[in-house]
Design a protein around this ligand. Structure first.
Ligand code: AMP
Ligand code: ZN
Length: 471
């Protein structure tokens, strides 16, 4: 069956546009801004990667081959968008008592593990900012040679007013910014100028710093994504994506520096996922350390795939409000879906009849309309309830739908045998943790809970005692 046309909402035009490849291209060049690895990813961050996975799976479903790049931001960037504040990696290192290099590795591994548990497909290429310092320096040199930069006492800056289209992408009001209250710009010429290279302080050595033609220091945050995406995908990307918070500063700056350096459009489609909110507020902040993780959800007995299902219930461009009640209903809904589909596992599907194909067409219509996952989930439920089609046709349709949803509805349950020795070890850790809790030694009990999680065990405390199970 030929597929419908795929329409995606392009932030650049604020329109839904048909997605097609450029003439002669054989694959979609897609770049997603990755995590800053100074802390765990929170479930808000993970919502964005789930949206990008839905996008990737939908592109593949519509027959495109995708070359997908995710970067790891392991250079310590500053806590404020104004190019000042503290270094995030150094804060993370201080908090954990480890080196910046160690925490980068630990949180990168943890992030990859979260993606795996959510059944997010690994990108074609993972890349790290610290592995691409020379590409970033080269790009800054090109910008400097073309006259787009200026130096101050603390770094090399991009002169944003030299790029006439600077305000277009985020619909910024430059005149308003010009006449608005003058915030302290330091040596910056204009408020939207941003650092390409920052110098290390003269009175101390930074944990991460590199030589450059301008002096020892470190690259600004935005330059890494331009340099890495162009290194792995070429000068014009098909799709660039991230969370909505990136529109105003990070992606605006990526466009400015990339287009000034190459003279070519930087990305044809820009897709942005809206935020997950807790208690209807925006505040799920990684830097505050006060946030929800996938481990916490697992600890409370939720299956990571239930969080995936929860995120599919709303459109990626709408806010999604997190609550424990909503998580419970997502888990119930997943359990109900599994109950309806478990007897299909391991069975062969068969070609679908003309009537059954109607479900496939409806499913495609929703996905083709800017990835309407909640509409498509509705089709899944109706299809499973349709008594006029045979089970083996349902299996074929389910396989097709789940290639996009990624809910693993047809996977064999992962039955892992655990040895008596492993079980004994877990029980002894649980006992020790309970003893620490009773003694109100919460530091020790948290440490033991983390050790249990690390060993693949989740625990649940209730008034009747503590129960544990394998993740
Ligand atoms: P960071 O590690 O802070 O660079 O963020 C990683 C990704 O998560 C970026 O694409 C952000 O736009 C996105 N993000 C941050 N907070 C949220 C949130 N509350 N909901 C959804 N996405 C978010
Ligand atoms: Zn980026």
């Amino acid at each position: 069956m030929t597929k419908k046309e795929l329409y995606l909402y392009n932030t650049a035009s604020r329109l839904k546009e048909q997605f097609i490849l450029l003439q002669g291209a054989s694959e979609v060049k897609m770049y997603a801004c990755g995590p800053t690895v100074y802390h765990y990813a929170h479930i808000g961050n993970l919502r964005t990667y789930l949206f990008e996975d839905l996008l990737r799976r939908s592109l593949e479903f519509f027959g495109f081959k995708v070359r997908h790049v995710i970067n790891i931001t392991d250079v310590g960037h500053l806590t404020s968008d104004q190019d000042d504040g503290e270094d995030k990696m150094e804060i993370g290192a201080e908090r954990t008592g480890k080196t910046v290099w160690e925490i980068a590795e630990d949180y990168t591994n943890k992030f990859k593990d979260d993606l795996k548990r959510l059944n997010i497909l690994p990108p074609t290429i993972w890349c790290k900012a610290t592995d691409h310092i020379s590409e970033q320096i080269k790009l800054i040199e090109t910008l400097e040679a073309k006259g787009y930069t200026y130096r101050t006492s603390d770094g090399v800056y991009f002169d944003s007013l030299k790029f006439p289209k600077y305000a277009d992408f985020a619909r910024l009001d430059i005149a308003g910014l010009r006449s608005g209250a003058r915030i302290d710009l330091g040596e910056k010429k204009f408020t939207t100028d941003f650092a390409l290279w920052k110098f290390s302080p003269t009175d101390r050595k930074r944990a991460m710093e590199w030589d450059s033609p301008w002096g020892v220091g470190f690259p600004g945050w935005h330059i890494e994504c331009s340099a890495m995406s162009m290194a792995h995908l070429g000068e014009t990307l098909d799709i660039h994506c991230g969370g909505t918070d990136h529109v105003r500063v990070h992606h605006t700056n990526e466009i400015a520096q990339s287009e000034c350096a190459t003279g070519k459009p930087f990305a044809r489609f820009w897709l942005h996922g809206e935020f997950l909110r807790e208690n209807s507020s925006d505040k799920m902040s990684k830097s505050s350390g006060d946030f929800l993780t996938l481990d916490l959800l697992a600890e409370k007995g939720f299956d990571p795939i239930a969080y995936r299902l929860f995120s599919l219930t709303s459109h990626y461009r709408n806010y999604l409000n997190f609550s424990w009640e909503a998580m419970e209903s997502a888990q119930e809904s997943l359990n109900a879906l599994r109950k309806k589909t478990q007897h299909f596992i391991g069975l062969e599907g068969k070609p679908v009849s003309v009537d059954a194909r109607e479900w496939s067409i409806k499913f495609q219509q929703y996905i083709a309309d800017d990835l309407n996952s909640s509409g498509a989930l509705g089709v899944l439920h109706l299809m499973l309830a349709d008594s006029s089609i045979q089970d083996r046709e349902k299996i074929t349709l389910l396989r097709e739908f789940d290639s996009v949803f990624g809910l693993r509805l047809l996977d064999e349950p992962n039955v892992v045998e655990h040895s008596a020795e492993e079980i004994e070890k877990v029980e002894s850790l649980v006992k020790k943790r309970n003893a620490a809790r009773e003694a109100k030694n919460f530091v020790e009990s948290d440490r033991l809970r983390d050790a249990l999680l690390e060993a693949g065990v989740v625990i649940k405390d209730s008034k009747d005692g503590t129960v544990w199970k394998w993740k």
